[in-house]
Ligand binder design. Structure first.
Ligand code: SGN
Ligand code: CA
Length: 482
C-alpha cells in the first residue's frame, strides 16, 4: 500500500466502565492525572458534551454497538440481554472485510443469541467480570487467566493484533471492567493517592431543591458503600460528616488507582499500534459506558439524568483525517458512535441506526450536523440496589427537563409501591450543578412548556412510546433479576 492512497482506518476502541470525566485530566480533573488518555484528546478531539441515552452499563453498551436507543435495541435494563443478532457497527465492519475482536466487559448476556456476534474473535468477562484472575468466556469455552484483568485484556488484544496477517484493517474493542465497583487496584498502584483527595463542591448536598427521587436514592457515600468497597474499618468515634469524608477518601483512592491502571494500558496499546506503523490510519476512541458520581451530591453510582452520570468522557483521534488539539460542545451521544465508525470506514450504516455521524465534527467542518436536543430514558424503576426511579427527559444547550414517570412500565419495584409522577427542570446556565429545580417557578413557564413539547416531539421522532409496556419476556427477566 503506498502512503498516498486512502486507507480504511483501523478502529481501536477503549471503553471503560463507570469512568467519569471528572477523573480525567484532559477534562480538568482536580483529583488525578491521566496522561495517556489525555494524549488521545491532544492528538484529536475532546467531546465536552457527550451524553448517554440510558446511564447504565448494559443499555449503554447496546446503544453503542447498535447505534439505536433502548426501545429499539430492546436492552432497557441490566436484566434485559441483547439479541446479538441485530446489526452493529462491528457486524457491518466484518461484512466489509475488517478483522474484528472484543476483549473485556460485554455484559449483554451469554449463550445462544446473546454471545458476541459479528466478531472474528471474542474473549469476554462473565457478566460484571472480576479484577483479579478473571475467567474469560470465548467461542471455545471459558479460559482462566492469572493476573490483573486490566493488564490481561491489553495483553490479549496485543497478542491478537500481532497474530493477524494480511492488509485488511482491524477493529478491536478493549472494554475494561475498571473502574467499576468494587474498585480493586493492582498492588503496584497502592502507593498512589495517599494524600487527601479534594471533595467536590456538592458533597454535602441535602437535595432540598430536588424532587423525591434524589432523596429516595440509596447511593450515598456516607451510607451505602459496603465493607467490600471500603476494604478496611473506619476509625472509631467519627460523626456522620466525618464518616462520610473518611469513606470518600477510601473510595476515591481505590477508584483512581484502578483508573491509573487503565491509563497505563491505554498507553501500552497506543504505543504498540504506533510501533506497528499504524498510528496515522487508526481511529482511536476512549469513552466510558456512562459517567459516574465521584462524591458529587454525596453520591457514587450513576442512573440519574444529572450531568455527572449523563456525561460520558469521549476523546477520539484519527491523525490521517482529523486535526489535533480541538474540543467541541456539540450535544453528541453514545448512540452516534456506531455511525461515526462506519462513516470513517466508508461502510454504509443500516437505516435503523438513529445517531449522527461525528466524522464531520471530528474533521472540524463548520456545518457539521448536530442535534439541538437530546433524549434520555432510564427504565429501571426503584431498583433493589440504588432505588433510582424510572425517568425520561430532554436536554438542550441550556436546559434539562426530567419526568419521573413512576409507574415503572409495569415492572416490579422492591417496595411494591407506586409514586406520583414528578418533574424537574434545571437551568444549566444559572445552576450548572443542578441544585434547584425551577419546574414550578412561574418565570420558567414558557421554557417548561417548550421543553415539554420538545420531549414529546423527540419521543415521536425516535419512535419511543411514553406508555409502552414491556414484553412478557422482558417482564419475566425483570421479575427474576431486579
Ligand atoms: C453492580 C453494582 C452497582 C451498580 C450495578 C450496575 N453493585 O450491581 O453499584 O450500579 O452493578 O453497574 S456491586 O456491589 O455488585 O458492585 S453497571 O456499570 O453494570 O451498570
Ligand atoms: Ca458502567
Amino acid at each position: 500500500m503506498n502512503d498516498q492512497s486512502p486507507r480504511r482506518p483501523n478502529v481501536l476502541f477503549f471503553l471503560t466502565d463507570d469512568h467519569a470525566s471528572a477523573a480525567i485530566s484532559a477534562y480538568g480533573s482536580r483529583v488525578n492525572t491521566t496522561p495517556r488518555i489525555d494524549a488521545i484528546a491532544e492528538n484529536g478531539v475532546r467531546f465536552d458534551r457527550a451524553l448517554v441515552n440510558n446511564a447504565l452499563c448494559t443499555p449503554s453498551r447496546a446503544a453503542i454497538l447498535t447505534g439505536t436507543y433502548s426501545h429499539v435495541n430492546g436492552v432497557t435494563t441490566l436484566a434485559t440481554p441483547m439479541d446479538s443478532g441485530q446489526p452493529t457497527f462491528v457486524s457491518e465492519l466484518k461484512a466489509a472485510g475488517y478483522r474484528t475482536a472484543i476483549f473485556g466487559k460485554w455484559h449483554l448476556g451469554h449463550g445462544e443469541g446473546h454471545d458476541p456476534q459479528g466478531f472474528d474473535h471474542w474473549e469476554i468477562h462473565a457478566d460484571q467480570g472480576t479484577y483479579t484472575d478473571p475467567v474469560f468466556l470465548t467461542a471455545d469455552g471459558p479460559v482462566e487467566l492469572e493476573g490483573y484483568a486490566t493488564d490481561l485484556l491489553t495483553d490479549r488484544a496485543i497478542a491478537w493484533l500481532d497474530e493477524q496477517e494480511g492488509d485488511e484493517p482491524w477493529c478491536v474493542l478493549v472494554w475494561f471492567k475498571a473502574p467499576h465497583r468494587p474498585w480493586v487496584p493492582h498492588e503496584r498502584h497502592m502507593g498512589l493517592y495517599t494524600a487527601e483527595i479534594p471533595l467536590p463542591e456538592t458533597f454535602d448536598d441535602d437535595y432540598s431543591g430536588r424532587g423525591t427521587p434524589a432523596h429516595h436514592a440509596t447511593m450515598r457515600v456516607a451510607e451505602d458503600l459496603t465493607d467490600v468497597d471500603l476494604k478496611e474499618d473506619p476509625p472509631e468515634g467519627l460523626d456522620y460528616d466525618g464518616l462520610a469524608r473518611w469513606k470518600y477518601q477510601r473510595y476515591m483512592a481505590d477508584y483512581l488507582r484502578c483508573v491509573a491502571a487503565v491509563d497505563e494500558n491505554v498507553g501500552r496499546l497506543v504505543d504498540h499500534v504506533a510501533a506497528r506503523g499504524e498510528a496515522a490510519d487508526t481511529l482511536t476512541i476512549y469513552g466510558s459506558d456512562q459517567g459516574f458520581f465521584l462524591g458529587e451530591h454525596g453520591w457514587f453510582d450513576k442512573r440519574f439524568m444529572y450531568e455527572e452520570s449523563l456525561r460520558m468522557p469521549l476523546v477520539m483521534s484519527y491523525p490521517r483525517k482529523v486535526p489535533a488539539g480541538r474540543s467541541t460542545e456539540a450535544l453528541v451521544s453514545n448512540v452516534d458512535l456506531a455511525q461515526t465508525i462506519l462513516d470513517a470506514a466508508g461502510v454504509p450504516a443500516p437505516p435503523r441506526m438513529q445517531g449522527i455521524s461525528l466524522l464531520p465534527t471530528l474533521a472540524g467542518e463548520a456545518d457539521a450536523p448536530a442535534r439541538d436536543s437530546f433524549y434520555y430514558r432510564f427504565y429501571e424503576h426503584d431498583d433493589r440496589e440504588h432505588h433510582v426511579w424510572a425517568h425520561y427527559g430532554v436536554r438542550t444547550d441550556r436546559y434539562k427537563l426530567i419526568y419521573y414517570y413512576a409507574d415503572g412500565l409495569g415492572l416490579p419495584n422492591t417496595r411494591n409501591t407506586t409514586y406520583p409522577p414528578e418533574w424537574e427542570l434545571f437551568d444549566l446556565e444559572t445552576d450548572p450543578q443542578e441544585l434547584r429545580s425551577v419546574h414550578d417557578d412561574p418565570a420558567y413557564r414558557d421554557v417548561r412548556d417548550e421543553l415539554t413539547g420538545q420531549l414529546a416531539k423527540l419521543q415521536a421522532e425516535l419512535g419511543d412510546d411514553a406508555y409502552v409496556r414491556p414484553s412478557p419476556a422482558e417482564r419475566a427477566a425483570a421479575l427474576g433479576r431486579l
